[in-house]
Design a protein around this ligand. Structure first.
Ligand SMILES: Cc1cc2nc3c(=O)[nH]c(=O)nc-3n(C[C@H](O)[C@H](O)[C@H](O)COP(=O)(O)O)c2cc1C
Length: 280
């Protein structure tokens, strides 16, 4: 398979073919596979290392609305500025890990473990996972997403990875302004099979798995989430922040080095809340 990504080679091919899996083989995964999942959990790269979080594996969840899986990740975090973005960021690394490992997964915004969370930290969200009972991957053309023009300004090849990120109800309530990066209109075809890059953010940053990369964006990307209507916000308030962390994970996966923070020079954007800037 060849994936065209404007401007450069793909660093994490899974971004361009993953999808939410809602049908699962109900058999429990082997203990060896679950051990690998636990290893991955221990190896995640947080967006904000100072924010404490905890990820548990449980076999039953309530509020999963028809998505029945043999296992669920339960995400808990202390409540701090950036905590939800942090959970989106680490959780999406798990989603990509599952997809790259032949397992399905699906974020579940309303689900909670049936038993009390093992963690003393407040519950945030769940993610179903297990062996898929439907096709695990899809073609690029099958993604239902806004166009780059609808969700971004400026050029940076990493915007495509953000565009394809999953979001609650596929709302894609984000906007990205690339200040100066590689020209994403330059085009370029990446052989996604060449690198076999299914590695983590840490692998990508180490450069080892990313040996074939021609170029990746290097400029700043200012990130915004849509201001939500307060009525909708009562139920959905956590999702825009989690979604932002998910999109940032995709940008990080396609970055040779990744920093995220506040930039005093970031332009304001009407109807949006400034979340931070990649590359500061
Ligand atoms: C924060 C969040 C919460 C979600 N909650 C649910 C959910 O409760 N039930 C569900 O079936 N899908 C849920 N999803 C999956 C989204 O519907 C899905 O990611 C989106 O429609 C895009 O589809 P894709 O993941 O196949 O690309 C959630 C996704 C996110 C990011």
């Amino acid at each position: 398979m060849r994936v065209s990504v404007a401007g450069g080679k793909v660093m994490n091919e899974t971004i361009y073919k993953r999808k939410s899996i809602r049908k699962y083989d109900q058999a429990k995964l082997d203990e060896g596979v679950l051990a690998k999942v636990r290893e991955k959990i221990a190896d995640l790269t947080p967006l904000y290392p100072e924010i404490r979080y905890y990820i548990d594996i449980v076999n039953k969840a309530k509020g999963s609305f028809g998505v029945s899986a043999p296992h669920y990740l339960v995400f808990c975090s202390e409540e701090k500025d950036g905590a939800l973005e942090n959970i989106g960021f680490v959780g999406q690394q798990m989603d990509l890990f599952f997809s790259a490992s032949g397992l399905g997964s699906c974020w579940l915004g309303m689900a909670k473990p049936e038993d009390r969370d093992a963690s003393a930290l407040p519950h945030v969200i769940c993610m179903a996972f297990g062996a898929p009972a439907e096709p695990l991957h899809r073609e690029l053309a099958e993604f239902k997403r806004k166009t780059l023009a609808e969700m971004s300004e400026g050029s940076d090849p990493r915007l495509e990875a953000a565009r394809l990120a999953p979001s609650a109800r596929n709302g894609q309530n984000w906007f990205f302004v690339a200040e100066s990066g590689t020209d994403s209109t330059a085009g370029g075809t990446a052989d996604s099979t060449a690198s076999g890059t299914t590695g983590s953010i840490a692998d990508s940053h180490a450069g080892g798995a990313a040996g074939d990369i021609d170029v990746s964006g290097s400029g700043k990307i200012h990130c915004y989430r849509k201001t939500i209507n307060p009525v909708v916000g009562l139920v959905m308030s956590k999702f825009p922040c989690i979604d932002m962390g998910i999109a940032l994970c995709h940008i990080a996966e396609e970055s040779e080095s990744f920093e995220f923070g506040k930039d005093a020079g970031a332009p304001e954007r009407k109807g949006y809340v400034y979340a931070g800037t990649v590359g500061v």
